[in-house]
Design a binder for this molecule. Sequence first.
Ligand code: PAF
Length: 287
Amino acid sequence: MAVEGASRVRIVREAASLRAQVADWRRQGETIAFVPTMGALHAGHISLVGEAKTLASRVVMSIFVNPTQFAPTEDFGAYPRAFEADAAKFDAAGGDLLFAPAVENMYPQNFATLINVEGPAVAGLEDRFRPTHFSGVATIVAKLLNLCRADLAIFGEKDYQQLKVVTQMARDLDFETKILGAPTIREKDGLALSSRNVYLSAEERRVAPVLHAALARCAADISKGAAIEAALDVARAALADAGFVTDYVEARHAETLRPVASLVDGPIRLLAAAKLGKTRLIDNIAA
Ligand code: PAF
């Protein structure tokens, strides 16, 4: 129960305590929503908690910076960590339990299993640039779903390919937890909220909204009948002009992530990843 002026969130570090609390709630007829995160919470994560609260009586969040989804060259060590502030934000949002395990508890010595998803995980988008990323994501999400046994789990559409990979994995491996996506939350100027936005310099932050603007224009052009490849080229050129180094700007089937040639192959999702200086931004939008 909420206690005025005091934190209501229970912080749990051990898998056994998570299982025990969830089982206890279940015995009392409660329903459970799960919001997996890597912490450094922003309004996007908090919107997932808000959504979760409308769908279940208890909300569990995990905060775990998962080493297996980072390549050795990526920012695992530097990834922002802000546990105290995160706990306060989750509490203020009305969350119930924060699961924050240690790396050695999730990956004990002799851990030797990785889940390899195909289909959306090998769509030629993030996987081209981060070839080991989705097996790390699928593995940790499978572990977390197994531990939490929630009725539903909510993932932000900001990581659109991830949402599709997790959906595929949960379906293929018969997880009972229902996987749901929730819309991307944006700054007023269109920049998608991301924990990595803190890496942007003031000048890069000024330029960063061009990513969303280029996708929005591309979506509008396609819906007005422009040829898809030509519209994508306009977006690629806009990013290059603004100083981005683009990994990809692609149009894909919104569910399968397979390439699409025209609107009739739809529904279409536009997905992009591009670097501004050292910061890699991703975004996506319905076309
Ligand atoms: O989107 C994230 O924050 C992570 O990839 C996730 C789903 C929590 C798995 O570590």
